[in-house]
Design a binder for this molecule. Structure first.
Ligand code: ATP
Ligand code: MG
Length: 408
């Protein structure tokens, strides 16, 4: 990894552009990184757009290689930083966004015209420090507007995913969607069905993991997109649950975010049914589906039987992985219940929420019990007694196991 410490990503990308320019090609930063730089946000990646063909890029950077999924995109490593170099292109109608029906080398003007929104359609020449802005991107960035490049009707029809991208950029940046672009989105509702569920899920994940997630929820709703994203129409009045989440969340919290969203939507289906349905709609991983379901199940149990549950039951619930997240959500609608739960848990923790079991299956066998289906039942019952504080030593645990064994 030599070199990384001396040269940052932007400098490395500048060197790549400079090398291409020295070889006689046009080469500029393009798209998201230009937008982010102008906003004063440090870009996560720097994409370079160039007039050089992939073969010409390879001639300048012999070790560059094509990026599997995207035609005409080469990956160049510079001082250990990966930088994507894409040949200018014009794209025909999208079938499913990822694989344009035809791609050919093109001019910068054509490359700009195929991009989705004005703020994403700018280029920066890092060698001469010059902005190339053919569609008024800088003006829209200053005004806080998401506007399609060219005719909104055509651009959104070509690739319906752009409707969700518009929502993602608008919510993330706190921008508004220009009126015509917005009205086309409203008129295209049913057409979202043409895009792959995987891509829909990816957009939704990105917009909901962002700190402005409640505004994404609101925009999806006001543009009439939730029906085709999730299926089913609901009247959603506020996004108190989404808003209650901490600003910064990780990938691992997506299940919790979805649970919050479903609470805002007052979904009626039970935790398992709903998370299965959303898994299909958003192509969720099993992990995300399971954590969404777990959060909702804990929320449901806190509402339904926390106050009457036995100590063992409360401890088992409190020891679950998503318990804290669930209590936080409960506090949105029932702060009284949530604080009661938290103070009970503080008390319960004094005697251990999830102590190691005093007795296991091995111990029963060693004590001469016949291995069999009743083992688990007995071990669980003994563990409950341990959680309740009724059983405190191994001998007491074994004694209880014997009693239970004899009694049934
Ligand atoms: P982010 O910071 O979220 O990655 P980005 O603008 O870099 O935002 P990418 O999805 O990485 O978004 O795409 C890079 C650039 O490619 C965009 O800025 C835009 O110019 C263009 N682009 C991406 N997806 C589309 C699309 N569906 N239609 C048209 N242009 C697109
Ligand atoms: Mg990007």
């Amino acid at each position: 990894m030599s070199g990384r410490t001396e040269v940052n990503l932007e400098q490395a990308a500048t060197e790549v552009a400079a090398s291409l320019q020295s070889a006689g090609h046009e080469a500029f930063f393009a798209g998201g990184c230009v937008r982010d730089r102008l906003l004063g946000i440090e870009p996560d990646d720097f994409d370079i757009a160039t007039s050089a063909s992939p073969e010409e890029v390879q001639a300048v950077f012999p070790r560059a290689h094509g990026v599997g999924e995207f035609f005409g995109v080469m990956l160049v490593h510079r001082r250990s930083w990966p930088i994507q170099v894409a040949t200018f292109r014009t794209e025909g109608p999208y079938s499913d966004h990822r694989r344009p029906d035809h791609v050919s080398t093109a001019t910068l003007e054509e490359d700009a015209a195929r991009r989705d929104f004005t703020i994403n359609g700018m280029y920066w020449d890092p060698v001469s420090s010059r902005l190339i802005d053919l569609h008024g991107g800088e003006r829209d960035l200053e005004a806080g507007v998401i506007r399609a490049i060219g005719s909104p009707e055509d651009r959104l029809r070509e690739d319906h995913l752009r409707m969700l991208r518009a929502v993602r950029f608008a919510s993330r940046l706190g921008f508004s969607i220009e009126a015509e672009t917005a009205s086309v989105i409203k008129g295209h509702i049913s057409r979202l069905e043409g895009i792959s569920r995987e891509r829909i899920g990816e957009e939704v994940r990105r917009m909901l993991l962002d700190r402005n997630r409640s505004s994404a929820g609101g925009l999806l709703e006001s543009l009439g997109l939730t029906a085709s994203v999730l299926g089913g129409v609901r009247e959603v009045e506020s996004f108190d649950f989404l808003s209650s989440l901490p600003d910064v969340l990780s990938r691992d919290d997506f299940g919790t975010v979805l649970a919050a969203w479903s609470l805002d939507r007052a979904e009626e289906a039970g935790p398992h049914e709903l998370s299965d349905r959303w898994r299909d709609k958003l192509m969720l991983s099993n992990t995300d589906r399971d954590s969404m379901s777990e959060v909702l199940e804990i929320v449901e149990r806190l509402h339904s039987d926390w106050s009457v549950a036995s100590v063992a039951r409360q401890k088992r619930l409190a020891a679950r992985r998503r318990f804290e997240a669930a209590v936080r959500l409960v506090s949105v609608s029932e702060p009284g219940l949530a604080s009661e739960v938290l103070s009970t848990v503080d008390q319960l923790a004094l005697t251990g929420l999830a102590p190691d079991p005093l007795l296991g299956g091995r111990d029963l066998i060693d004590a001469g019990f016949q291995a069999g289906p009743r083992f688990t039942e007995i071990i669980e019952a003994v563990y409950d007694a341990q959680l309740e504080g009724q059983v405190r030593t191994f001998e007491q645990a074994l004694q209880l196991a014997g009693d239970l064994w004899g009694a049934s």
